[in-house]
Design a protein around this ligand. Structure first.
Ligand SMILES: [Zn+2]
Ligand SMILES: [Zn+2]
Length: 238
């Protein structure tokens, strides 16, 4: 562990900038480019830490399937249809913007107005492209789900892993507390293993193997009567 020269807090040896106060903690004076490189390296280290690494897997304790809950998300076919509609809508909008830019450039109008229209059109296309990429990813993930029962997929960053069972899609969540510090936990997925990770301290980590959660989910879904599936209803948009 390193100790920050400015705020005296402890942080990762491999980082150059303090994650608490952003102060530079290099051994020597850095040039502009060295500083930029150090920033990029720090960002990569922080990103790596935010996903499950092999070292996390090794320290993970055995988690209990009873800490898992399931939310009913949507009918599978509907989800796929909505996803396709969204995808087509963003594609059509991007094409419309392109056409608008092309018309503006070929028309004999005020030069400033022409520039403004083209600029706005290209901005809109850039936004559309990023939406389109996530829409395509969601659509392909949904298609893959059709081939596999109980195969967890992470489609949206802010959502838990999703799985399909028969005609419906469900989200796996957890409401359980960390055994060590009583903080809330969240779920992460690596390969087919599910991890319960403490929101406060990432070293408080528990794993649930695929065999265990598949058996649990199959059993629960087969006995719908004693199984409360919370419907998320309209809040969900595919
Ligand atoms: Zn600091
Ligand atoms: Zn904890």
């Amino acid at each position: 562990m390193k100790i920050c020269k400015k705020c005296q807090k402890e942080f990762d040896d491999n980082l150059t900038f303090c994650p608490f106060c952003n102060a530079e903690n290099a051994d020597k004076k850095l040039t502009y480019f060295e500083r930029k490189q150090a920033r990029d390296k720090d960002t990569q280290i922080i990103l790596d830490k935010a996903s499950i690494q092999n070292c996390d897997e090794e320290v993970a304790k055995e988690g209990s399937v009873a800490s898992l809950d399931v939310l009913h998300v949507q009918n599978y076919k509907k989800a796929k249809l909505f996803s396709l509609i969204r995808l087509s809508a963003s594609l059509l909008f991007a094409i419309a913007c392109l056409v608008a830019a092309w018309i503006a450039s070929s028309k004999d109008i005020n030069a400033n107005l022409k520039l403004a229209v083209i600029l706005v059109a290209f901005l809109a296309i850039a936004v559309c492209a990023s939406i389109l990429i996530s829409d395509i990813f969601a659509f392909l993930s949904l298609r893959k789900m059709s081939a596999e029962d109980f195969s967890l997929r992470k489609i949206y960053y802010s959502r838990g892993p999703l799985f399909r069972s028969k005609d419906d899609i469900y989200e796996i969540i957890t409401n359980s507390e960390c055994d060590e510090c009583k903080s809330k936990m969240h779920l992460e997925l690596k390969d087919d293993t599910l991890f319960l990770v403490c929101n406060v301290n990432r070293s408080h980590i528990y794993k649930i193997e695929k065999d265990a959660y598949v058996a649990y989910l199959k059993d629960k879904l087969s006995k719908k009567d004693n199984w409360v599936i919370i419907s998320r209803g309209e809040k969900w948009n595919f």
